[in-house]
Design a protein around this ligand. Structure first.
Ligand code: SF4
Length: 354
């Protein structure tokens, strides 16, 4: 990694995104199998910021952003849209699954693409729709039961200050909206995006951030400075961590991450069972393993550092907190559990797949 490049500004980082094998090879030594993966058809979008490429000396992070041949293996029960979001699409940019909450897909762009992304079907791919959001705002205005808007995508914090300010001003003009959140991995992959100007916009519109971190190796000095700046501006922050086999599926790794986040004023919120998206079998642990891990944290580390372990029920049943083995039952390759509405959902969890 060329050290000076970590300090270049966020627009430079995006303009210099690493999006080919040769560009990546200039930053890190690729293994033969990583090189070979680029020769196959890569089903998911690929790009990494120069900043994040500098963190790939940590072995745990490599396979989360560098393509591998496993992506072409579609495991049992895996789907392009595992959460059934398309069935709940209210407008081209709104997913309305829970009664009082909508997911607003503000962009399909990310500065760095994760290989386990739930929305890999659409992130980094050209959109069929022009990005005009008025229909979506009107839908929210007409549905007075909606209180909570989560902007996601893609990563909304890759949008410019003026576009974000406009979106947030419009959403805050709707009287029944009480909660506005943005889901983002920017503090980990593009921390220089967190400027005083951006913080002032987020503060003015009372935005909470739901930040995506998977490993303490992501908590670079730049990331720490970004989170401190957000905290100093009074921005509420929680984290979401996807449980990933061989990457963060042990107590010590999770403890290091969650304490590290707390030290940056980010409250660990969700430890997510990895969604059964196409090509994710090599990333997914069993649900039993997830339960074992979360139980190993309870009582052994500060309660503030312990997130909820949740399964996002495939097909649109919402997030279900899982605290013990008695909440699940196994039926062949599936794990069954009950969601907040009392409905039964199944998560494909085949033993010995990869
Ligand atoms: S940052 Fe979020 S939306 Fe973007 S690729 Fe990663 S998981 Fe998907």
């Amino acid at each position: 990694m060329h050290q000076s490049e970590t300090s270049k500004d966020w627009k430079w980082q995006i303009a210099n995104q690493i999006s080919t094998r040769d560009q990546l090879d200039a930053y890190i030594d690729l293994t033969d199998s990583e090189r070979a993966a680029f020769d196959e058809k890569i089903p998911l979008s690929f790009a990494i910021t120069p900043h994040y490429a500098g963190l790939l000396k940590h072995a745990a992070l490599r396979s989360t952003v560098i393509p591998t041949g496993y992506e072409n293996h579609v495991g049992t029960g895996e789907l392009a849209d595992p959460l059934g979001e398309e069935d709940h699409r209210a407008t081209p940019y709104l997913i309305h699954t829970y009664p009082d909450k909508v997911l607003f897909l503000a962009t399909s762009f990310c500065s760095t693409y994760c290989r386990y992304c739930t929305r890999s079907r659409m992130v980094g791919k050209p959109s069929e729709n022009a990005f005009t959001f008025e229909e979506s705002f009107r839908y929210i205005e007409q549905h007075t039961e909606i209180r909570d808007v989560l902007f996601s995508g893609g990563d909304p914090l890759t949008m410019t200050d003026s576009v974000l300010d406009e979106l947030l001003t419009r959403i805050r003009s709707i009287p029944h909206i009480r909660m506005v959140r943005i889901g983002s991995k920017v503090p980990a992959v593009l921390p220089m995006r967190i400027t005083d100007e951006l913080c002032a916009i987020l503060r003015r519109h009372k935005v909470w951030l739901s930040l995506h971190f998977i490993h303490a190796a992501e908590l670079s000095p730049e990331t720490e400075a970004a989170c401190r700046k957000l905290s100093d501006h009074g921005i509420g922050m929680v984290s979401q961590t996807v449980l990933l086999k061989g990457i963060n599926d042990n107590s010590q790794t999770l403890t290091d991450l969650f304490y590290g986040l707390l030290e940056m004023n980010v409250k660990p919120y969700y430890l997510l069972q990895c969604d059964p998206v196409r090509g994710s079998a090599h990333f997914r642990t069993s649900v039993e393993k997830g339960i074992e891990l979360i139980r190993s944290l309870h009582g052994n580390i500060s309660g503030l550092a312990v997130p909820q372990y949740v399964i996002d029920a495939p097909g649109g049943g919402g997030k279900v907190p899982i605290t013990g083995i008695e909440q699940i039952r196994r039926e062949g390759d599936d794990v069954l559990f009950i969601n907040y509405e009392g409905k039964e959902y199944r998560y494909p969890d085949p033993k010995n797949e990869l």
